[in-house]
Design a protein around this ligand. Structure first.
Ligand code: MN3
Length: 232
């Protein structure tokens, strides 16, 4: 089973399109995903995101999604061979949840960079085109992240048909949004992402996240998505 076979056809396909096989840890020989290492050290985002949170979040939570993803794929393979289609419904949900969790976290680690960064003038003017002003974008993004009920995410996405950037909420790990949206910047607001350091002060965590954003990565994903949209 190739990488395209895993991601193709589902609404998550565009969600993973900004990532390389290496970034998502797809092992062709083994036919399974391997937890990719963090793209920097666990303490490198301090004081904004603490090392203990990063270690637990990556080594336990993200690892759990990769494990769940591999077992769902394996079990679905057995179902196909054995013809026991009664398990398809539950396994399909497991697959969507864990694949979503794996891709979301892989995007999230790459959305951050030690010391943070500033968006380029070009990216700021594109954000102004979609959100009126950079300040309005920031306020909108923080409000979306701050108001997710329960576990979920806020995402800045590119919508290829309109060429606009949009901000949306995602619940749990699944891409419950229309297919084709390209993720540009996501913040995990599950409690495991911030509770050790910020407890119930989610807004402080979101402010801290904004200080370590990897705007270069955001801009690269946006440029790739814009070229793909033009080439359609
Ligand atoms: Mn998480």
């Amino acid at each position: 089973m190739g990488f395209g076979g895993v991601l193709g056809g589902a609404s998550l396909s565009a969600w993973g399109a900004g990532l390389t096989q290496e970034q998502v840890g797809w092992n062709e020989q083994a036919g399974e995903f391997v937890l990719p290492p963090l793209p920097y050290g666990a303490s490198d985002l301090e004081p904004h995101i603490d090392a203990q949170t990063m270690n637990i979040h990556h080594d336990r939570h993200h690892a759990g999604y990769v494990r769940g993803l591999n077992s769902a794929l394996q079990a679905l393979q057995e179902v196909r061979l054995g013809g026991d289609t009664k398990r398809v419904e539950a396994l399909s949900r497991d697959l969507a949840f864990n694949l979503g969790g794996h891709l979301n976290h892989t995007l999230f680690w790459n959305n951050m960079t030690p010391g943070g960064s500033e968006p380029s003038e070009e990216l700021v003017s594109r954000l102004e085109g979609s959100f009126n002003s950079y300040e309005a974008f920031q306020a909108h993004f923080k409000a979306a992240a701050g108001s997710v009920k329960g576990s979920g995410w806020a995402w800045l996405v590119f919508e290829p048909l309109s060429g606009q950037m949009m901000i949306l909420q995602m619940f749990d790990q699944q891409d419950g949004t229309p297919p084709g949206l390209v993720p540009l910047l996501g913040v995990d607001v599950w409690e495991h992402a911030y509770y050790l350091k910020y407890q119930n002060r989610r807004a402080e965590y979101i402010d801290a996240f904004m200080r370590v954003v990897n705007w270069r990565e955001v801009e690269q994903r946006l440029n790739a998505a814009r070229s793909a949209a033009r080439g359609r």
